[in-house]
Design a protein around this ligand. Structure first.
Ligand code: XMP
Length: 436
C-alpha cells in the first residue's frame, strides 16, 4: 500500500498514529534526504532530490511499527514505511516538479509489488476493442466528436470495435477555433463508411450563453446544451443506448466533487461534471484511465495522422472559457483572429509540439492606446503557453522574446478591437492553464 499526501495521513490516523495541523502550510519545492538508503522505494535515486510539497497537516506521530525512510527540512517524516508493505509519502511523486517521483512509483510497482510491466499500447487497443464490444453488446452508440485528439481516438476506436452500431455526431457549438470545423470533419473522412451527423448548433449555444459571465455556469450550460442536442439527434435515430466520450483521467480527477474538504473541486470539466443527472444515455468512456500521451500512442496505433494526434488539447467548452465575461459573436471573432495568429506563429517557430497548449485569451479589460494619431480604448489579449506532461501541473513556457514580439505586433495590427497584448507568466499550481 502506498499512501500519497492525504493518503499517508489517512494511513497514519487509521493505524493509530497522530496527524496534526502544521504550524504553516508547506507548499512548493523541498529537498528529500534518505534516512534509510536501503528501502526498495529509493532504488536508482540520488542521495538527495527535489520533491513537490502541498500540505497543511503533518504526521505528528507515526503509527506503531513504522519508521522514517526520508525527511525534508520541514517534514521530519516525509516518507514512512512498515515491513516494506505499507508506505506513505508526504510529497507528490506524480507531478513533474518531483523529478524522481516516477522512479519512486516505478520502484513501488516493480520492486515492492513485483509487477512484470507487460502492459503495452498494443494490448490496450486489443483489450479495449474487446471491452467495448462486450459493454455495448448489440446496443447503439453515439459518439461525440469535438475536434480534439481524444474524441478522434475514441470515435475511431469504437468504430473499429462495433462498426455500424456507432454513429459519430459532430456538434458545432460555435465556440470553436478558426478552421476547426473543417479539421474535425476530417475524422469522418478518415473512418470510411462510418455513420456520421453534423449539427450546426452555434446560434443555440450563443443564445443560452447570452449575458453569462460565471465560468462554472458557462460550463454547465455548454455541457447540458451539448447533451440536449445529442438527445435530440439520438431520438431521430430511434433507440440509442450509449454516449461515447473522450474523457481522460485528469478530467476525472479534477472533477471529483468534494464531500469533505479534503479534495476540493477545482473545475467541472464539462464532459464529466456538467452532465445533467437525469441523462437518458449511458456513458462509454474507453479512455478514462489514460493520460494524454497514452491517448496519442493509441491514436498512432490506430493509424490516425500525426497532425491530428499531435493537436494540442482544446477544452470542451471551447472559446467560451477563453473569453472572460460574457460571450458574444463579436468577441468570438476577435479571439479567433488573435488565436489564429498565436497558433500559426508557434507552428512557424516549430514549438507547437513542445508546448502542451498555446493560445490567446480575450480578457474583459479595456485599456487606452494610440494608433496613428488616434486614441484607442480596446481589448487586452493575453497569451498563454505552457509546458506540461499531463495538465495536472504546468509551467509557463519561456517563449523567445522575438516570437512574443511578432505575436504581439501581429495581433494589435491585424485584429481590430485589440490594442494591447500581455504574456501570462504563472505556473499551475497556483494558477490553472485556462483562465476560467
Ligand atoms: P486547467 O485550466 O484546469 O486545465 O488547468 C487543465 C486541462 O483541461 C482543459 N480544460 C477542460 N477540458 N472541459 C474540457 O474538456 C473543460 O471544462 C475544461 N477546462 C479546462 C484545459 O484546456 C487543460 O488542457
Amino acid at each position: 500500500m502506498l499512501g500519497i499526501c492525504y493518503g499517508m495521513q489517512v494511513i497514519t490516523k487509521q493505524l493509530g498514529g497522530r496527524v496534526e495541523k502544521g504550524t504553516k502550510r508547506e507548499y512548493g519545492h523541498a529537498v528529500l534526504h534518505f534516512s534509510d538508503v536501503d528501502s526498495p522505494l529509493f532504488a536508482d535515486m540520488p542521495d538527495s532530490s527535489p520533491v513537490w510539497m502541498s500540505h497543511a497537516d503533518k504526521i505528528a506521530e507515526m503509527p506503531p511499527g513504522f519508521t522514517t525512510l526520508a525527511y525534508t527540512e520541514n517534514s521530519p517524516v516525509a516518507v514512512m514505511g512498515r515491513d516494506n508493505k505499507i508506505f506513505g509519502l508526504q510529497f507528490h511523486p506524480e507531478v513533474a516538479h518531483s523529478p524522481y517521483g516516477k522512479t519512486i512509483l516505478k520502484n513501488f510497482v516493480y520492486k515492492v509489488c513485483g509487477c512484470g510491466g507487460k502492459w503495452t499500447m498494443g494490448n490496450f487497443i486489443n483489450e479495449s476493442l474487446a471491452r467495448i464490444k462486450q459493454q455495448v453488446g448489440n446496443g447503439k452508440v453515439i459518439s461525440a466528436l469535438s475536434g480534439g485528439v481524444d474524441s478522434a481516438v475514441v470515435t475511431t476506436l469504437i468504430h473499429r470495435a462495433i462498426g455500424d452500431q456507432m454513429t459519430a455526431i459532430f456538434v458545432n457549438n460555435g465556440l470553436l477555433r478558426r478552421q476547426e470545423v473543417e479539421r474535425t470533419l476530417e475524422v469522418f473522412r478518415l473512418n470510411l463508411g462510418m455513420n456520421t451527423i453534423y449539427v450546426d448548433a452555434a446560434a443555440r449555444f450563443l443564445k443560452r450563453l447570452k449575458g453569462v459571465t460565471d465560468p462554472e455556469k458557462k460550463r454547465k450550460i455548454i455541457g447540458s446544451e451539448f447533451i440536449k442536442v445529442f438527445e435530440e439527434e439520438a431520438k431521430k435515430m430511434g433507440r440509442v443506448d450509449f454516449l461515447a466520450q473522450g474523457t481522460l483521467y485528469p478530467d476525472v480527477i479534477e472533477s471529483v466533487s468534494s464531500v469533505s474538504t479534503a479534495s476540493a473541486k477545482i473545475k467541472t470539466h464539462h464532459n464529466v461534471g456538467g452532465l445533467p443527472s437525469k441523462m437518458t444515455l449511458s456513458l462509454l468512456e474507453p479512455l478514462r484511465h489514460l493520460f494524454k500521451d497514452e491517448v496519442r500512442h493509441v491514436g498512432l496505433g490506430l493509424g490516425l495522422p500525426e497532425e491530428m494526434v499531435w493537436r494540442q488539447p482544446f477544452p470542451g467548452p471551447g472559446l467560451a472559457i477563453r473569453i472572460i465575461g460574457d460571450v458574444t459573436k463579436e468577441k468570438l471573432e476577435i479571439l479567433r483572429s488573435a488565436d489564429w495568429i498565436v497558433m500559426n506563429e508557434i507552428k512557424k517557430a516549430k514549438l507547437y509540439r513542445q508546448l502542451w497548449q498555446s493560445f490567446a485569451v480575450l480578457t474583459d479589460v479595456k485599456s487606452v492606446g494610440v494608433m496613428g494619431d488616434y486614441r484607442t480604448y480596446s481589448y487586452l489579449v493575453a497569451i498563454r503557453a505552457v509546458t506540461s506532461d499531463d495538465a495536472m501541473t504546468a509551467d509557463w513556457a519561456r517563449l523567445p522574446y522575438d516570437l512574443l514580439a511578432r505575436i504581439s505586433s501581429r495581433i494589435v495590427n491585424e485584429v481590430p478591437g485589440v490594442n494591447r497584448v500581455v504574456y501570462d507568466i504563472t505556473s499551475k499550481p497556483p494558477s490553472t492553464i485556462e483562465w476560467e
